[in-house]
Write a protein that binds this ligand. Structure first.
Ligand SMILES: NC(=O)c1ccc[n+]([C@@H]2O[C@H](COP(=O)([O-])OP(=O)(O)OC[C@H]3O[C@@H](n4cnc5c(N)ncnc54)[C@H](OP(=O)(O)O)[C@@H]3O)[C@@H](O)[C@H]2O)c1
Length: 310
């Protein structure tokens, strides 16, 4: 199936398939996007080897060279604690680079897909955060991601910013893989039990992104540029469950037991106050995903259901 982005009138008339440029192909979400978006058009997927996002010229060369109709940016600086001492680099990758892509998208009538984070919020709310809630990041990573969201919105390009949380998967660096290892190596591990969020499998994020793109390109719906512009914005996109890092670790342990690893560490709960890390984290960063379910009919499963497929 080819994918036609309906606001690129000139390509649509000629029935040329969309050209999708994926940044961050080796990351958790980027890797999955390469598979899920491949049915929607021609794909070019790149990572730091082909394009260092700290280099504006390199970004522009890649955009001008491929001339995508869709830019899918899954590249980011995601080391939350390290960002406290690498502020400039975090902002270059998470704020400036998406801004450059968005400006190009605006000038060239491309659509931009981007990913944001629950860490834009300060965690003080006691119920799930909506897209309209006011961000107030507690750490440099969250600040830099928020600046990226603003740069994309300010560019005026058509865009979907999917705000997700606690991303995990079977490859790359993530909490799930770290805990799997530690549970097998240690006698006991301490895990924070007072931060609430929704661990979200990277594959479900990529699949939902693909579903959104399928819907906006559907010949039945035929979204024109004005409609696409109205739909542009931030969409919360996380698993539907709520858990703590401690309870998530227990779920990972239960999964390991079913995989027949017998000698596993004991999991001890610890409060945020007693578990010092360079970056502060929100205590409650659950996101309300009503908007994406109402507009696109997309609801992700609970982590407890998806964890067994990873
Ligand atoms: N991870 C989470 O828990 C989480 C939570 C909420 C939101 N998000 C957001 O979701 C999106 C995807 O996250 P993820 O977990 O899939 O990220 P990830 O696994 O850390 O992947 C990030 C990608 O960016 C690339 N990258 C790093 N520095 C680069 C540079 N200078 N130039 C070009 N590429 C560079 C990395 O390449 P290398 O592998 O070569 O370094 C990697 O492929 C990001 O926008 C992130 O902020 C993530």
């Amino acid at each position: 199936m080819n994918f036609y982005l309906t606001d690129r009138w000139q390509t649509m008339d000629k029935k040329e398939p969309s050209r999708i440029l994926i940044f961050g192909k080796n990351g958790q979400v980027g890797y999955e996007l390469c598979r899920t978006l491949s049915t929607l058009g021609e794909i070019r997927a790149i990572d730091i080897d082909e394009c260092d996002l700290t280099d504006k010229n390199s970004i522009l060369e890649n955009l001008n060279g491929y001339r995508p109709t869709i830019i899918a940016n899954a590249a980011a600086y995601t080391a939350v604690d390290k960002a406290e001492s690498e502020r400039e680099l975090a902002f270059k990758l998470n704020a400036e680079a998406p801004g450059i892509m968005a400006d190009w998208a605006k000038k060239n009538h491309a659509l931009m897909i981007h990913y944001s984070t629950d860490y834009v919020f300060d965690g003080t709310k006691k119920e799930p955060w909506t897209e309209e809630d006011k961000p107030n990041p507690l750490n440099v990573y969250g600040e830099s991601k928020l600046a990226g969201d603003i740069n994309i919105q300010d560019s005026g390009c058509n865009h979907f910013i999917f705000r997700t949380s606690w991303v995990y998967g079977a490859r790359g660096k993530n909490f799930y893989l770290t805990m799997r290892r530690l549970l097998q190596e240690k006698d006991e591990i301490k895990v924070v039990n007072d931060q609430y969020g929704a661990p979200t499998w990277c594959r479900t994020i990529a699949e939902a992104s693909s579903q959104v793109l399928s819907q906006i390109s559907s010949p039945l719906l035929r979204f024109d540029e004005e409609t696409l512009n109205k739909l542009s914005g931030i969409y919360n996109l996380t698993s539907s469950g709520i858990t703590t890092w401690y309870d998530f670790t227990n779920a990972i342990k239960t999964k390991l037991i079913t995989e027949q690893f017998c000698k596993l560490a004991e999991i001890l709960p610890v409060s945020t106050a007693n578990y010092q890390l360079p970056a502060s984290r929100p205590l409650y960063s659950v996101l309300k995903c009503l908007k994406i379910s109402q507009i696109f009919g997309i609801v992700l499963n609970d982590t407890n259901d998806t964890l067994y497929f990873v």
